[in-house]
Design a protein around this ligand. Structure first.
Ligand SMILES: [Zn+2]
Ligand SMILES: [Zn+2]
Length: 288
């Protein structure tokens, strides 16, 4: 039996698997893209996902990283790559070394430190780009972007041999094109993320919304989290096809969450919303 009862959403050809309850555990993976955002605990369905993109060091988002790495080793997999805010590299190394001593086995890892704006290659045409969030020192969100090439308009309609000829002459026949597939905000206070065009037009946006009641607005600000009214403001300026809401609490029942989202968002925006922890998305599933 798998260790976790994860939520499982299918968006076109992509699976989104995860579990996200504020203060408890957050982990959200898109196995077809080879990425797992945060790793609060380490669900065994997601051990095989080769890259963890860690947004910040809070325990409910990061506690599973050493277990993830060691499980990969014992299953004979290549070392996991963990992309993290650069200021976390040192404490993470300390933890990995300490676990190595405790366990009696060295824990292999590829640790990659990033600052906002840095990119890390996931697959030949796929990169993860870190962007700034407002939560804890160095915290970042991640966008996973497909890099393609688009034929310049003046060359559209040419035959294969003509294109080969132009290439031989050293003519630059295409422009680089970025297709942002998913952006994950992690934990963050409200920031106008629409100013980052690749986040604004990501096909999928994964956004936290921790506080729902009006009287909780100050608590959202104090904890550097998003309140539903701020989420509503943010989504007005975004252009995503699908919006997955994470980091809900046990305190606000799912029925309430839906009711309040419906009240706060325009119908066209509410229609794009999927709440990750909605019971209907949670089911036992296979390993990846
Ligand atoms: Zn959190
Ligand atoms: Zn946090």
């Amino acid at each position: 039996m798998p260790s976790h009862n994860l939520a499982h959403i299918q968006i076109d050809d992509l699976d989104v698997l995860g579990y996200s309850v504020a203060g408890e555990e957050t982990v959200v993976a898109l196995p077809q893209l080879d990425v797992c955002f945060d790793i609060g605990k380490a669900p065994d369905q997601l051990i095989s996902v080769p890259h963890v993109l860690l947004t910040h060091g809070h325990m409910d988002h990061s506690a599973g990283f050493a277990y993830y790495l060691s499980q990969r080793k014992f299953s004979g997999m290549a070392p996991g790559t963990i992309v993290v805010p650069a200021n976390l590299i040192k404490p993470m190394r300390t933890i990995i070394e300490a676990w190595g001593r405790l366990d009696g086995n060295r824990i292999p890892v590829e640790l990659v430190g990033v600052r906002a704006g840095d990119e890390h290659q996931i697959k030949p045409n796929l990169i993860a780009r870190a962007f700034p969030t407002k939560h804890s020192a160095g915290s970042v969100g991640f966008a996973v972007i497909e890099k393609r090439k688009k034929l310049k308009p003046e060359y559209v309609g040419l035959t294969g041999p003509q294109i080969v000829e132009l290439k031989k002459q050293g003519v630059q026949i295409d422009n680089p094109l970025e297709v942002p597939i998913v952006s994950y905000l992690g934990d963050t206070q409200y920031v106008d993320f629409s100013q980052l065009e690749y986040v604004a037009r990501s096909k999928i946006l994964i956004a936290e919304c921790t506080f729902y009641a009006d009287e909780h607005a100050s608590r959202a600000a104090a904890g550097r989290h998003m309140h539903i009214n701020e989420l509503a403001t943010l989504l007005e300026s975004m252009d995503n096809e699908h919006i997955v809401i994470t980091h809900t609490t046990q305190r606000t029942p799912m029925r309430e969450v839906h009711k309040m989202l419906k009240g706060a968002l325009r119908p066209e925006i509410y229609d794009k919303i999927i709440v990750l922890m909605d019971r209907k998305w949670r089911q036992p599933q296979r390993r990846y």
